[in-house]
Design a protein around this ligand. Structure first.
Ligand code: ZN
Length: 136
């Protein structure tokens, strides 16, 4: 494996930092932890969790990485917009609504659908920007 085949940790953190600034979620709580996913937004505490497990990202995983980060940032944007406690209540209400309708609390959850659409819609733009900047 060539060194070039990996995205350095510095570049990875720089991409995250650029995204957090762009989407103005700098005031949201961030926690670094070892976990399977690249990022996770904890609705219960209003915290954006970032994985420390991937020091580097393989080029084949960049799309997944960008979609995940942007998806979770969208939750952070919602949380900032409504206030995290209020958003927690809204999110729980939505989960219960889906369960009551016999649907899936995550897959059919409007906040999850919106976040995923946002990630899918925006990752290509960021891919191009980061490519141009030499970060990937
Ligand atoms: Zn989500």
């Amino acid at each position: 494996m060539l060194i070039k085949e990996f995205i350095s940790e510095t570049n990875k953190n720089q991409m995250i930092s650029i995204l957090l600034k762009h989407y103005k979620v700098g005031s949201v709580k961030v926690k670094m932890k070892s976990m399977k996913d690249h990022a996770h937004f904890d609705v219960d505490t209003g915290t954006l969790e970032l994985s420390t497990r991937y020091k580097t990202i393989r080029p084949s995983k960049i799309k997944e990485f960008l979609i995940t980060i942007i998806h979770e940032i969208y939750h952070a944007m919602d949380s900032k917009k409504y206030g995290w406690k209020r958003f927690k209540g809204m999110y729980e209400y939505e989960m219960n609504l889906q369960i009551a309708n016999g649907k899936d609390k995550y897959d059919d959850n409007k906040y999850e659908i919106e976040a995923e659409n946002f990630g899918q819609k925006n990752y290509k733009k960021w891919y191009k920007i980061f490519k141009k900047e030499g970060l990937i």
